[in-house]
Design a protein around this ligand. Structure first.
Ligand code: ADP
Ligand code: ASP
Ligand code: MG
Length: 412
């Protein structure tokens, strides 16, 4: 007997048939004698619809009320899933985030889980092995007693946090692909499924744009050492595949130099032309952006010809692009740049692999391969186990495929 958390994403609960099929996966595990908590997302497309309604009624909406609206998608599926399980003869009860409770910080719309109280769910296991069907994506802010949500894709994080809180033996993330691939299989048909991927690499892949798992879920899995699988709910419930295990680097025998390619379209580029080349200028630009909670990622400062002025280029999340521009324009007098230029039709492509720690020249090969395809690199960043390049969005697929082949990741 084991204790399991089984999470079903949007496409796995997209309609009544899909919910029934996902319930059959739960039945398999229940019949094997396991104690189970199910975590569900909203039906696919539902959260987008709810977000759209908030924006329509109030462009500068109150974030606490946004959370009330968007959390409702998961409430519907938790009830429907509990009914589906009951129909298959299992004891099941739905739980909203505030009922469990899953405690989250007050940051409405991007709350961080601060604690999970599993007592009520554990009591259900002792009573009659009752399956707890939990709404993902939502929690309770203890002091204000308001509903909070965890950011887009947050049900993954609910599932892993619940697994840690319940001391589960395993967390299974059921989705519409049968595991983690070397890159998004929708973009590169030759992408390969991995049997295992290390926590560190998965963390980088997720934060660099592979939306198969929310970044925070990987962080929690890594810190609490939760064995987490990504697997398909579209498999035959009676004959499923194990999927991809996210695990310690030491548990992976065959290490590649590059294990995955990620890409993110959520980047925008800002260039400040001819800012004064003197101490304090970087602080004058990036200080206010940080104060406004705008995350700056890639930064390039050009060596100036005239020793007096320089160009500074950097990237911000697309969602913060307009805010960043407005902020910098309002500080034109202090920063004293000649022109502000921006671009949103850019993409960040990244290669990830723990093998980069011990191999030199990995990124240089990419620069050459991209130039041979006529792809211009606008910005570069590197760190211990990854490097990223910023390029024109029109070349996304070509660049991802080029790097995927270059590092020997294509399926035979
Ligand atoms: P869910 O609704 O189940 O949470 P998501 O759409 O959030 O599903 O995540 C699954 C999707 O992630 C896949 O359909 C796939 O297109 C995308 N994806 C991006 N990168 C990868 C990758 N490296 N491996 C697998 N899937 C990936
Ligand atoms: N329903 C939420 C979203 O679409 C959370 C999730 O699916 O993980 O972002
Ligand atoms: Mg998801």
């Amino acid at each position: 007997m084991a204790r399991l958390v089984m999470k079903f994403g949007g496409t796995s609960v997209a309609n009544i048939d899909r919910i029934r099929n996902s319930a059959r996966h739960v039945k398999r595990e229940f019949d094997a004698g396991n104690e189970i908590a199910v975590v569900v997302s909203a039906m696919s497309g539902k959260t987008n619809e709810l977000v759209g309604w908030c924006k329509e009624i109030a462009p500068f909406y109150d974030h606490a009320e946004y959370d009330v609206v968007v959390a409702s998608g998961e409430q519907v599926t938790s009830g429907l899933m509990a009914l589906a399980l009951q129909e298959l003869g299992m004891p099941a009860r739905s739980w909203q985030g505030w009922q469990i409770p899953i405690y989250g910080s007050e940051a409405h719309g991007s709350s961080r889980i601060e604690g999970v109280d599993g007592a009520g769910i554990l009591a259900g296991y002792d009573r009659n092995r009752e399956i707890a069907v939990c709404s993902g994506f939502q929690g309770l802010h203890a002091q204000s007693h308001r509903i909070v949500t965890l950011g887009r894709g947050g049900s993954d994080t609910s599932a892993v946090a619940l697994a840690a809180g319940l001391k589960a033996d395993r967390c299974d993330i059921y989705t519409d692909v049968d595991g983690v691939y070397t890159t998004d299989p929708r973009v590169v048909p030759k992408a390969r499924r991995m049997d295992k991927v290390s926590f560190e690499e998965m963390l980088e892949m997720a934060s660099l744009g592979s939306k198969v798992l929310q970044v925070r879920s990987v962080e929690i899995a890594m810190v609490h050492r939760v064995p987490t699988y990504v697997r398909s709910s579209f498999d035959d419930p009676d004959n499923p595949n194990p999927g991809t295990l996210i695990c310690d680097e030491d548990d992976i025998v065959e290490q590649q130099i590059v294990t995955g390619i990620a890409f993110s379209r959520d980047e925008a580029q800002i260039t400040l032309r001819r800012v004064a080349d003197k101490p304090g200028v970087a602080a004058a630009i990036f200080g206010p952006l940080a104060d406004a909670n705008i995350n700056v990622d890639m930064i390039i400062q050009v060596v100036s010809d005239d020793q007096a002025t320089t160009d500074i280029t950097f990237t911000v999340p697309t969602a913060d692009y307009e805010r960043a521009k407005t902020l910098l324009e309002s500080r034109h007098d202090t920063i004293a740049y000649q022109a502000l230029q921006g671009a949103t039709d850019v993409v960040k492509i990244s290669a990830i692999g723990v093998g980069m720690r011990s191999h030199a020249g990995v990124a240089a090969r990419a620069f050459r391969a991209l130039s041979e395809k006529g792809i211009n690199i606008r910005a570069i960043t590197t760190s211990e186990i990854k490097f990223s390049v910023l390029i024109d969005a029109a070349y996304t697929e070509l660049a991802v495929r080029t790097l995927h082949s270059l590092y020997g990741l294509d399926a035979a």
